[in-house]
Design a protein around this ligand. Sequence first.
Ligand code: 7JE
Ligand code: MG
Length: 214
Amino acid sequence: TGSTRPQRLLRAVQKNATQGDPQSVINAIDHFCRHKEWAMNVGDEKGSILDSVVSEVNPSTALELGTYCGYSTVRIARLLPPGSQLITLEFNPAYAAVAKQVIGWAGLQDKVQLVEGPSGDLIPQMKDLFGVQSFDFVFLDHWKDRYLPDAKLLEECSLLRKGSVLLADNVICPGTPEYLEYIRNSPRYESRYFKSHLEYTKVEDGLEKSVFLG
Ligand SMILES: Cn1ncc2cc([C@H](O)c3cccc(CNC(=O)c4cc(-c5ccc(F)cc5)cc(O)c4O)c3)ccc21
Ligand SMILES: [Mg+2]
């Protein structure tokens, strides 16, 4: 009964990052994934694009679908203004356990609500559970076949407002064809593709940024 990759990633954070220093946590994970074991974090190259979109939106309320080990959670939360909140949904308890500790090591636990469960069940409960009116920013990085149904669910639950920004990871690799087809052809969104590479590789991938027009 050896350790899992997320557990080894957490150990690398605890060994190489400084508590309360989010950038050192980000650097420790990127170093681990580049030199020790690849893992499906958004990574440094796409992460810089994520940073620029989060900084531009400057969200009061943000949602992340797919926490995994908390790498993008830390990237987003470290940029949030005081008093703002990031809600991140993770259905896998083992991933959630690691993510909680990574987020804690970065000292960002007060800005983050990590909720365990599947997005399809939790999104309709966001208003009741957290008093959320709408999300200013949504980062999609969970199962690629859930991007489209969950985007529609956010619309149906009135959790998007005029100007809400959806940012989707992996629209090329592994790919999210149905989501791209919908969001690029919907009159209710203005979309733009940010060409990049699959984390820690030379394979093409990218992020799709879509502004909800109301
Ligand atoms: C419903 N619901 N609600 C919450 C929630 C949370 C989860 C988990 O966080 C989870 C578990 C497993 C897989 C994912 C999706 N991520 C990926 O599959 C991915 C793959 C690759 C890649 C690329 C090339 C390869 F060769 C192999 C993997 C690169 C990437 O950046 C990825 O994000 C997410 C799942 C469903 C959930
Ligand atoms: Mg991803």
